[in-house]
Ligand binder design. Sequence first.
Ligand SMILES: Nc1ncnc2c1ncn2[C@@H]1O[C@H](COP(=O)(O)OP(=O)(O)OP(=O)(O)O)[C@@H](O)[C@H]1O
Ligand SMILES: [Mg+2]
Length: 199
Amino acid sequence: MKEIRLVSIWNPKGGQGKSMLAINLAAASVELGLKPLLICQDQQGTSMLYFKAGNLPFEVMDTIPITRPNADIIFFDHQASEWSVPNNHTLVMPLKPARDQYATYIDAYKRAEALGKQIITIVTDGQEHRASEKETTEYLRGKGAFVIPSSGVFSRAASQYLTVFDAKMNKAYKVRERRVEISKILGAILIESNKENKE
Ligand SMILES: Nc1ncnc2c1ncn2[C@@H]1O[C@H](COP(=O)(O)OP(=O)(O)OP(=O)(O)O)[C@@H](O)[C@H]1O
Ligand SMILES: [Mg+2]
């Protein structure tokens, strides 16, 4: 039986882009011909709301299924304030580069690193014109982080409960750039989870 790849989207700080990444990474997986499943581990249920709106090309569940799901890759959208490091080996950690947000990421990163996790960092929603945010972004980029700049396409897509991969978003400003960035992150996830499966 083929392995199901398990990926946790985690940062204990609220509002860092976990749900945004979870739904868009799942959508990028569909584009690649994979069958993703998204597990919404958040009481607020952001990704569950998207699913209930009926526009997603993949399934979202709010509990871990008891029987083996029919999926190639499962994304776990974790909730804010969850400090315990997720069990899955591959972690995607989004953060906003504003100074007051950054400290939580550093603490959480150290905990995950100490447990030997494979961590993929994504700087989201950075404001290029703010020197301190730019500095943090470039520092993390230098350490291998991916960057998704601040972009109106996410709120535009969110207002209709769509992913940025939805055809209805085709004409949105810079949507292609955002799709490429998210697809590259998925590529990195697939490479990392391959290593894990071969260990
Ligand atoms: N690159 C970006 N550009 C613009 N807005 C963004 C970007 N990334 C995330 N956002 C916005 O930031 C807000 C918070 O994102 P999201 O809900 O995904 O965070 P979260 O970490 O899941 O929050 P919570 O911890 O409350 O579950 C959303 O409105 C989202 O659209
Ligand atoms: Mg969320």
